[in-house]
Write a protein that binds this ligand. Sequence first.
Ligand code: IPD
Ligand code: CA
Ligand code: CA
Length: 265
Amino acid sequence: MSEIEFIRATLDELAVFVRQKYAMRESLSMSAKVDPNDLVTEVDLAVQERIQERIEKAFPRDAIVGEENGMTGFPEGEDTRAWVIDPIDGTQNFVRGLFPAYGISLAFAIGGLPVAGGVAVPGNGQLFHAEKGNGAFRNGERIRVSGVDQISHVRAEVDFAGMVDRVATLRAFGPFVEEVGQVRCHCAAVIGLCSIATGDMDAYVHVTLNPWDYAAGMIIVQEAGGMVTRLDGAAINLFDGGQGVLGSNGKIHNELSALALKGTY
Ligand code: IPD
Ligand code: CA
Ligand code: CA
């Protein structure tokens, strides 16, 4: 089975599981991390464990990076094969029922560059996937970024993150918010990025994402014709320790980057 087939099969199966758990979300066990709003539920843990088990069987020599279970170390090496898991992105939306803005994210990277990725959105039965050079798809249908090429028409997500990063987000993206046409915040990086890939949104910014938040979304946006870089426009390696992320339809990426850099860091 190829990596992309593995991603699609795994996400298909886990989307069913997560949908069932969503229906009983009021009785799930959960705990908070450093930020009282940064939650981990039994579903986050179970989904990551199931994905890990499947990877260990199918690709036993590959590295695994995941948000939960202490799997947050970054592998090194130009040829290193690594899987990047966010079992539920948008956990707050999952827990309190902001339907359907949460997703399961699974990417495969070589040397820190995503080459295949998928995002399942269990709430509305959508499955996004992309493989380098082969385009991006939603439920098997090709998707493409929008043609919006004026800042005053751009619909952008400014992702406000958790409490720890809230003030940094305000300072960094004040000028950006003043200039773009429309501002949204789903607070689920996978939804923000996949929305660029479908053309529903045109840009996405975040001051501090971790690789598991955007690895799959990044290849999906790229294969839909868009761009995902650091805020200054620099190329991303998932494991380079950098954290700011700018995604866009690629039409005015430099202008968006310049706006993002006008803020205070
Ligand atoms: C969060 C989401 C959110 C972003 C946070 C992430 P989680 O992931 O991607 O959009 O603002 O920084 O931590 O915790 O729901 O997996
Ligand atoms: Ca996440
Ligand atoms: Ca998560």
